[in-house]
Design a protein around this ligand. Structure first.
Ligand code: NAD
Ligand code: ZN
Length: 256
């Protein structure tokens, strides 16, 4: 169903549901100035080939290029701020009995807006680990000019446990999701009464199956995205708006 301003109806579902899941994707951070991967014309992939940078093979082939690219992305996030939609989502979370925020984003904008216990299905730009022994190791130290240098080349530091190279703490193409994060997200999707899919293209699996799981268990599914996606067909409401516009309207409707 498509209605011009569904905030009142979605707010009613939100108030009626004992448990709510929000699944966010790159579009959630777009209005904070972090480019998405697809859609909107500024996708990161229009400038860089993901298969050349976001995989273990790419790291083996040219770790200085990959490490440098991730430092640039981390610098973008450090210079960005959560927008009105992030803050509104934190207010919504505080008002409902059980709220599970599942993100595919590797930034920390939800946390900085006040959401706690965010489930990061695809890891984080700020939790590096060892490529060899997989242990968490070290911190992300950004060169002063990282933000201006998307093609920065920098040899990654070494692991203090085994001497291996440090890699970004994100889930690369071809890698499995963190098991604990996935189990919590999948269970929450099964048990929720409402799932909000915000700023995700619905292409990357298994994250994109969460709305389908929720729907199969009789939850309402609401998509917030300016354009149609793979998930639109399963949504009870497709809210053609941006995260920074729709979520404050929803928070207001919930509060009134
Ligand atoms: P995606 O790039 O595939 O899709 C982004 C979606 O957001 C598109 O459907 C687009 O129409 C929508 N969108 C664009 N601007 C929006 C806005 N202002 N409000 C609402 N929606 C908007 O992203 P995805 O579905 O998250 O999947 C791809 C992968 O991208 C994920 O694995 C994620 O880890 C990674 N990623 C993360 C970040 C980040 O952490 N900020 C940035 C880029 C990519
Ligand atoms: Zn190690």
């Amino acid at each position: 169903m498509r209605v011009p301003n569904p905030s009142a109806e979605v707010a009613q579902w939100l108030q009626a549901a004992a448990s709510i899941v929000a699944l966010t994707g790159a579009g959630m951070s777009a209005e904070s100035g972090i480019p998405t991967f697809r859609g909107g014309g500024n996708g990161l992939w229009s400038q860089f080939d993901p298969s050349a940078l976001a995989s273990a093979d790419a790291f083996r082939a040219d770790r200085a290029l990959v490490w440098g690219w991730y430092l640039w992305r981390a610098a973008l996030v450090r210079h960005a701020e959560p927008h009105d939609g992030h803050h509104a989502l934190a207010r919504i979370a505080a008002r409902v009995p059980k709220f599970t925020l599942v993100t595919q984003n590797v930034d920390d904008l939800h946390e900085r807006a006040g959401n706690e216990d965010v489930i990061h299905l695809h890891g984080s730009l700020f939790s590096p680990r060892c490529f060899a022994c997989h242990r968490p190791c070290g911190e992300v130290t950004l060169p002063d000019d990282a933000i201006t240098r998307p093609t920065l080349r920098l040899v990654p530091p070494r692991c203090r446990h085994c001497g291996g190279y440090i890699r970004p703490g994100v889930v690369w193409f071809g890698e499995r999701l963190p098991v604990d994060a996935w189990c919590v997200a999948e269970k929450a999707a099964r048990e929720c009464g409402l799932l909000l899919a915000i700023g995700t293209s619905g292409i990357v699996h298994p994250a994109a199956t969460l709305p389908l799981i929720a729907k199969a268990h009789a939850a309402k599914v609401v998509e917030i995205n300016p354009v149609a996606t793979e998930l639109s067909g399963c949504a009870d409401v497709t809210w053609r708006s941006t995260a920074a516009q729709a979520l404050p309207a929803l928070a207001e409707a919930v509060a009134s």
